[in-house]
Design a protein around this ligand. Structure first.
Ligand code: 8DG
Ligand code: MN
Ligand code: MN
Length: 425
């Protein structure tokens, strides 16, 4: 028994953007349980409950030491009665009965499998579940017609549900960098999302693309996508156009969550890391690209294409190979073991921002989602400002506040600067 007087009582500020949260977690037993409850609420389309559990998990994630007793949590923000009950049960018994029974619930498992398909959200999953569809096999046999995104999601289901490593993110970055400088010299790419925050794995790889001369970035996305497509790197892509400039919404609407950058949701065909043999030609070792990135297919006859000062290996049969794969997958619903293919599918998000909005875009696309949510809530509730990935508007002064760096945005908001690696709320 620990005496109350000796117990370390934690204290954390209530907005996630006021806290430093590294990728490590001293309380993963507790935060995993609360995250599962959050996930379940989100799968049930109960966003409010989901956010409440996410907030509770984030508070525990920010603690410098493992929680050992409830007394330590006195006065902590964002811990509601439900979350506290779950925490207490885990501290007492090592597990939460609610979480354990949820994990074994058929409906939960079905929701997880179905929303695990890229392009399937909570509503679609629930519609299918009401029809008795709980598995991918049942989905295939149901005869439902899937849209293009969902077809890709089913086809690459296993790959897309396997975490992306940092090494794979780096390999994707080299490909995207090559594409970007090839179609527009001087353009810049920045890794955003979880990998910018120092996470070791992710569900996708996120990039922000810009050019230091305002306006030069216009039309960039379609060129980048064409380059990637012609080099056989894309299994799927969906590009949406910028609509910010065309909008007449004005400042009143800028707090909206969706931003209007030109963006591309894609699935990359990434060569698996292959053990290098000594017979590698000198020139390939010097390029730097060769060691981590191979052409989409590393077997068969290679064609070498000169791009800038580097060489990319591209197998020109790759496109027909993709079509052959697709056909096979259409027949078996993408549910067959993939076998020994030399590549794997990786989700990649690309966003293009004009240079003048770059700092806001970078801040907005670095996350975490809860950190972003609280930045905007802080801006609105504490500072009478509206923040989004394009701009910061001061509702009192009735003007936009300019910024060319994340540091300036934090300063405008009256917040201490939190570096990306400490935004893992
Ligand atoms: P993970 O992929 O490693 O699992 O985590 P992540 O990188 O933090 O999550 P993400 O889902 O890839 O999202 C990265 C950031 O992008 C996150 O801060 C939220 C942000 N984001 C979207 N969609 C949109 C959007 O439509 N507008 C804006 N402004 N941001 C968005 O995911
Ligand atoms: Mn991400
Ligand atoms: Mn993403």
């Amino acid at each position: 028994q620990v005496d109350d007087a000796e117990v370390m009582v934690f204290s954390v500020p209530s907005y996630a953007c006021q806290r430093r949260t590294t990728p490590d977690d001293n309380n993963s037993l507790l935060t995993d349980a609360l995250s599962l409850l959050a996930e379940n609420a989100e799968l049930c389309d109960q966003e409010g409950r989901g956010v409440a559990f996410r907030r509770a998990a984030a508070v525990l994630k920010a603690l410098p030491k493992p929680v050992t007793c409830m007394t330590q949590l006195r006065g902590l923000p964002c811990l509601g009665g439900h979350s506290l009950r779950v925490i207490k049960e885990i501290l007492d018994n090592g597990a939460s009965s609610e979480v354990e029974s949820m994990k074994h619930c058929e409906r939960y498992k079905a929701r997880k499998v179905l929303t695990g398909v890229f392009g399937v959200g909570a509503k679609t999953a629930d519609r299918w579940i009401r029809e008795g569809i709980h598995t991918l096999h049942q989905l295939r046999d149901s005869g439902h017609s899937l849209n293009r995104t969902q077809k890709a999601g089913v086809e690459h289901y296993d790959d897309l549900n396997q975490p992306v490593s940092k090494a794979e993110a780096d390999a994707v970055e080299e490909i995207v960098a090559k594409a970007v400088v090839s179609v527009l010299p001087g353009a810049q790419i920045t890794l955003t999302g979880g990998f910018r925050r120092g996470k070791l794995t992710g569900h996708d790889v996120d990039f922000l693309i810009t050019h230091p001369e305002e306006g030069r970035e216009e039309g960039l996305m379609s060129k980048v996508v064409s380059w990637l497509e012609s080099h056989g790197f894309l299994l799927y892509q969906k590009t949406t156009r910028n609509s910010y400039l065309e909008s007449k919404d004005g400042p009143a609407r800028i707090a909206s969550n969706m931003d209007r950058f030109e963006r591309c949701f894609s699935i990359f065909k990434l060569a698996k890391e292959v053990k290098r043999e000594t017979k590698q030609p000198e020139i390939q070792r010097e390029t730097g690209l060769q060691n981590t990135v191979e052409g989409p297919c590393s077997v068969g006859d290679h064609t070498h294409i000169q791009v800038d000062d580097s060489i990319l290996q591209t197998d020109h049969t790759s496109q027909s190979q993709i079509h052959a794969d697709e056909q096979r997958s259409c027949e078996d619903g993408g549910l067959k073991p993939a076998g020994h293919k030399p590549w794997r599918a990786v989700r990649v998000d690309l966003v293009v921002s004009p240079f003048s909005q770059f700092a806001f875009a970078l801040l907005g696309w670095t996350g975490s989602k809860l950190f972003e949510r609280d930045l905007r809530r802080w801006a609105g509730q504490e500072k009478a400002m509206s923040l989004n990935s394009h701009a910061l508007y001061d509702n009192t002064q009735k003007r936009y506040l300019k910024a060319t760096s994340e540091e300036e945005i934090f300063a405008h908001l009256g917040l201490e600067f939190i570096p990306p690696s400490e935004r893992n709320a």
